[in-house]
Design a protein around this ligand. Structure first.
Ligand SMILES: [Zn+2]
Length: 256
């Protein structure tokens, strides 16, 4: 499909888009860059060609595009699911730091919110069950004044009140804590990220709120300082949908 791409490029240059520069002719002037048009509309094929060229140029000691652009091309290719973008830890061109990819793991946010919902359910029932019990009892007492059937009661009216009080004392803090946590999930727009530690290669996780980026963590295996940096790409085709991509940077390797 190499011929295809060059065909496409010549068509583009005809349409007054900056032309692709022929390498062999302009080698003396240093590396040239494929022009792929606006990144948003660039096809996977063209971006892959640019990515390959940029990477080759970088390793040959003549960086073709700046770090930022390289990152953006890589990000776009990742959203296409291109096989050209790698996942293993590597070096940042400019920052000279080691990093690895991190991706969103929605199942973890789901699991976390389910746990909090369960706790909320427990707290609410601790509050409400004694109240419901007290009400049914009062109701029963009012309609069964004979007291034949309910002669043996578990609780006296006083202990019934204490039961309600105790339920509220136990249940309310639990319920309000879980409501707070769930609201935090919602407000902070929490994203679960999973990636690999650039130092030891173990899988690392982090829950990162959109207002807390970048997010520092410690590798649970090698104790290196890591930083999660996240990018959120709003989907163009499906409004409201987003795609989260992050990186795990090695800040400081663990002391041995
Ligand atoms: Zn580690």
């Amino acid at each position: 499909s190499g011929a295809n791409i060059s065909d496409q490029f010549s068509r583009w240059s005809a349409a007054a888009v900056p032309a692709v520069i022929n390498h062999s002719r302009l080698r003396a002037e240093g590396p040239s860059c494929l022009f792929v048009g606006p990144l948003e509309t660039a096809t996977q094929e063209n971006l892959e060609a640019l990515y390959r060229q940029a990477r080759k140029a970088y390793y040959s000691g003549q960086p073709l595009i700046v770090d930022d652009m390289f990152d953006r091309v890589e990000l776009k290719l990742r959203s296409y699911g291109s096989k050209y973008v790698v996942k293993y830890p590597r070096c940042s061109l400019r920052r000279h730091s080691t990093y690895a990819d991190a991706e969103e793991d929605p199942s973890q946010v789901f699991a976390l919110s389910s746990v909090w919902l369960l706790i909320l359910g427990f707290g609410t029932s601790a509050c409400l069950v004694p109240v419901a019990y007290a009400i049914t009892r009062a109701y029963r007492d009012a309609f069964n004044s004979s007291g034949v059937f309910y002669a043996v009661e578990l609780f006296s009216p006083l202990s019934c009140m204490l039961f309600v009080l105790f339920g509220a004392m136990v249940g309310y803090p639990i319920a309000s804590a879980s409501v707070g946590a769930l609201r935090g999930l919602w407000v902070n727009d929490l994203v679960a990220l999973k990636g690999i530690c650039p130092h030891c290669g173990e899988e690392v996780y982090a829950f990162v709120g959109s207002k807390q980026w970048p997010h520092r963590v410690e590798c649970h295996v090698c104790k290196s300082s890591l930083e999660f940096r996240t990018k959120v790409v709003e989907s163009v085709s499906a409004p409201g949908k987003r795609w989260v991509y992050g990186r795990v940077y090695l800040i400081r390797a663990a002391k041995r």
